[in-house]
Write a protein that binds this ligand. Structure first.
Ligand code: KDG
Ligand code: MG
Length: 407
């Protein structure tokens, strides 16, 4: 079970994806996702120049040992580039191991804990009528949970939203450009506007529909505490990324003032980033993606730590996580006990001509499928037709005076 080859595949079928392909001497292929939106080529170099040469001739079997070898062996720890690279190797090794065992990966992780994974989609609109149309569309597709984002009057595009449901952009709107686009922001206008949006949505759709919202790191702890309190009557499933997540202690203030459930961590890349948040139960859901957090090995440890504090997994699943990364989340989510919800932004048809997936969405639940391994194969010929295109996430500035703000 020695690794014979390690290759990085970069493809841009509407947006950039970085994938790692490992092949063993007896011809078993494993795939890992290494996509870091807006900084893709840094991970490509990390893998090609520093990791892949170490993998050739190495036994594919001891996954924990390889994880430690790459993490501790680098001396320089953590960080999104390193952890995306480690994640890709780890995920590809799990894919290989499950293919050897001739089982879908979730079986190897302990077997299923539920019928399928409750998933939420992105309902977005510049104004209320557009938002309602988007919610209706999600309900027609079978979603039982939706993330609600709207434009704030006077501030231009809705943040954190695909302009083209086909795929392009950050989750999003940056598209292919030599420089990041710039957006404008006003937190006070947002705080005035948002509770009325949730009031209207609850009035139209009733109490059952699960509603989520992403604050995208834009508030201070004080502002987030105010918003959480104002949203309490609308019974949110979660308020996500209410503050810049690296200030873990800041969440104490938010938590002390509101019972709106909190989700956080899509920009984190290790369990250490959650130490205070989890041990003091300052959040309710961990938002990391397998792709950005060192793979299945590391994500499993993180959700087990979270479980001790009744915190659940709500793994990041925008379209900038590739179908390989999405499949990894689905297998893990099916197996663990403390699963909460899975974000699901479907990839475009074009992306799915490159990544052949076996997962499916049915009756509001995602199912990883029963093919051995992750159940995703990348078609190398199809991928070659879509070369890398430089693209950035947007940069955000305060409308008041142009100061750079968190996007
Ligand atoms: O690359 C950035 C996106 O993944 C992010 O903006 C998406 O916030 C996001 C979400 O919750 O999906
Ligand atoms: Mg988010």
């Amino acid at each position: 079970m020695k690794i014979k080859s390690a290759d990085v595949v970069v493809t841009s079928p509407g947006r950039n994806f970085v994938s790692l392909r490992l092949e063993t001497e007896d011809g078993v292929v494993g795939w890992g996702d290494a996509t870091l939106n807006g900084r893709e080529l840094a991970v490509v170099s990390y893998l090609r120049d520093h990791v892949n040469p170490l993998l050739i001739g190495r036994d594919a079997g001891p996954i924990e040992d390889t994880w430690q070898y790459l993490y501790r062996g680098a001396y320089w720890r953590r960080g999104p580039v390193t952890m995306a690279a480690v994640a890709a190797v780890d995920t590809a090794l799990w894919d290989i191991k499950a293919k050897y065992a001739n089982m879908p990966l979730y079986e190897l992780l302990g077997g299923r804990s539920r019928r399928g994974l409750l998933s939420y989609g992105h309902a977005s609109g510049g104004d209320l009528p557009q938002l309602f149309d988007s919610i209706d569309q999600h309900l027609d597709e079978g979603f039982r949970a939706v993330r609600i984002q709207t434009g704030v009057p006077g501030l231009g595009p809705v943040y954190g939203v695909a302009g083209d449901p086909g795929d392009q952009g950050p989750d999003g709107s940056a598209g292919v450009a030599p420089r990041p686009s710039e957006e404008l922001w006003d937190t006070r206008a947002y705080l005035r506007h948002l509770p009325a949006v949730f009031e209207a949505v609850r009035a139209k759709y009733g109490p059952e529909l699960l509603l989520l919202h992403d604050g995208h790191h834009r508030m201070t702890p004080t502002q987030a505490a105010q918003l959480g309190k104002r949203l309490e009557p609308y019974d949110l499933f979660w308020l996500e990324d209410c503050t810049p997540a690296e200030n873990q202690e800041g969440l104490r203030l938010v938590r002390a003032h509101t019972t709106t459930p909190l989700a956080l961590g899509e920009t984190f890349n290790t369990i250490w980033d959650y130490k205070t948040l989890i041990s003091e139960h300052l959040i309710d859901y961990v938002r990391s993606a397998v792709t950005h957090t060192g793979g299945i090995t590391a994500m499993r440890k993180l959700v087990d730590f979270a479980a001790m504090h009744q915190i659940k997994a709500g793994m990041h699943g925008p379209t900038d996580v590739s179908p390989i990364g999405m499949a990894a989340a689905l297998h893990l989510g099916l197996a663990i006990h403390n699963f909460g919800i899975q974000e699901f932004m479907p990839h475009s048809e074009r992306t799915l001509t490159v990544f052949r997936t076996s997962y499916r969405f049915e009756d509001g639940l995602l199912h990883p499928g029963d093919r051995p391994g992750l159940g995703v194969e990348l078609d190398l010929e199809a991928a070659a037709a879509f070369p890398y295109e430089a693209a950035y996430l947007p940069v955000n500035r305060l409308a008041l005076d142009g100061t750079v703000h968190d996007w």
